[in-house]
Design a protein around this ligand. Structure first.
Ligand SMILES: NC(=O)c1ccc[n+]([C@@H]2O[C@H](COP(=O)([O-])OP(=O)(O)OC[C@H]3O[C@@H](n4cnc5c(N)ncnc54)[C@H](O)[C@@H]3O)[C@@H](O)[C@H]2O)c1
Length: 378
């Protein structure tokens, strides 16, 4: 079986789906690895490192798609890329089926067996495959550094001959994987950190990182599988009201709240932004799904009355070395679950295989992906 790694073509994407270490691991698993020349370069992995790891370089995407039986990607393929794939090929990638209906349908028509990393079930055995978590970790870390460089203040408490500098106040909304990493990073830089999440289960984790968990007199609807559920408009209105003072007092707000397959909830309204001090910074990690901040423009950094609203997209791509390394481990672990003795061996009785497969044998096989395609905008 040939595992191929085409170069990512999405603008601004610097990650690569497989790093040389991963290529070596796959080669040891009796798989031949083809890497499009230059695929690793934006993440600082040169062609020679892949060759050394036992991969064969191919000159262009056309060869990667023609010769590859298993394709490893980061960004969902374009319709043109799908058109180049072989019938019966396997694709492992982020697919965001909720937003990529046409691509998913094209994958089915092309008879590609496609696995969406967003759909890998969140069970203990799947943790090493969980690319949402590995990339959220990167985003949570980098978001704090982005805020720190924009803030006109220090993060830590400083006692100097010229006087004492108070530590920065950081508020993290949504304490999932990205939020917890943001809390840990802001704490390491010396900030005073508070956090809120609708899942009370995270309270102890927040506290163990040295932050304060904000308790609100609100009853959230519980979600399933470790995820939050979409809350009612009345809940969100109360949440905004109750969090208003905390947002106003913060130097930095990092928002990470997301609901799988849905638009991100608005947690910070225009009125709340207006109450923040000039020079404060909001980094909105939910920018990909519309943002948690009212008025945010995904992909843009705005100045709203002196408050920076940073809606940078694809933050993991700005840490391409480690983001690729972690992603590469996730995809190799999933791929190795799909092969036996170097050949494809799909076991749909396996919860991970069944749970993450979107298209197979010309059909859209994933019920949740089907539902997402029906209920969200295309
Ligand atoms: N394999 C596993 O077992 C596994 C892997 C990863 C995550 N998980 C679990 O899933 C959790 C969430 O994962 P995630 O970070 O990918 O989630 P996510 O990216 O879907 O959401 C981020 C956070 O936003 C929160 N949120 C949603 N609506 C909110 C609102 N109105 N106000 C405040 N916060 C809101 C969610 O509760 C979540 O913690 C993890 O913390 C963990 O408990 C389990």
């Amino acid at each position: 079986m040939n595992v191929a790694v085409p170069k990512e073509i999405t603008a601004g994407e610097r990650r690569v789906a497989l790093v040389p270490d991963g290529a070596q691991k796959l080669a040891a698993g009796k798989l031949s690895v083809l890497v499009q020349s230059g695929a690793g370069r934006p993440a600082f992995f040169p062609d020679e490192a892949y060759e050394k790891a036992g991969a064969r370089l191919v000159p262009d995407a056309a060869t990667a798609y023609t010769d590859g039986n298993a394709l490893l990607k980061v960004q969902p393929p374009t319709l043109e890329e799908v058109g180049r794939m072989q019938a019966g090929a396997v694709l492992i990638s982020f697919l965001q089926p909720a937003w990529n209906g046409e691509v998913v349908k094209a994958l089915a028509r092309q008879r590609v067996t496609a696995f969406s990393l967003e759909l890998v079930p969140r069970i203990s055995r799947a943790q090493s495959i969980d690319a949402l978590s590995s990339q959220a970790n990167v985003a949570g870390y980098k978001a704090v550094l982005m805020a720190a460089t924009r803030l006109g203040k220090f993060f830590p408490l400083l006692i100097t001959a010229a006087g004492t500098v108070a530590p920065a106040r950081v508020l993290v909304l949504g304490a999932g994987v990205a939020g917890l990493q943001a809390i840990a990073t802001a704490r390491r830089l010396g900030a005073i950190v508070e956090a809120f999440d609708v899942r009370p289960a995270v309270k102890e984790e927040v506290k163990s990182l040295g932050a304060t968990f904000i308790e609100l007199p609100l009853e959230a609807q519980e979600g399933q599988g470790g995820y939050a559920r979409e809350q009612s408009p009345e809940f969100l209105r109360r949440q905004q009201e109750l969090l208003g003072d905390r947002v106003a007092a913060a130097d930095v707000v990092i928002t990470t709240a997301a609901i799988p397959g849905r638009r991100a909830p608005i947690l910070v309204t225009r009125e709340m932004v207006a109450r923040m001090c000039p020079g404060s910074v909001i980094v909105d990690l939910a920018a990909e799904t519309g943002g948690n901040t009212e008025g945010l423009k995904p992909g843009e950094v705005l100045d709203v009355g002196g408050v920076v609203i940073d809606g940078t997209r694809n933050i993991p791509s700005t840490v391409p070395v480690h983001a690729s390394q972690l992603y590469s481990r996730n995809v190799t672990n999933l791929l190795l679950l799909l092969v036996k003795d170097g050949n494809l061996n799909l076991n749909f009785d396996d919860e991970i295989v069944k749970g993450s497969c979107v298209t197979h044998g010309g059909e859209l096989v994933h019920p949740r992906a089907r539902e997402l395609l029906e209920t969200t905008r295309q």
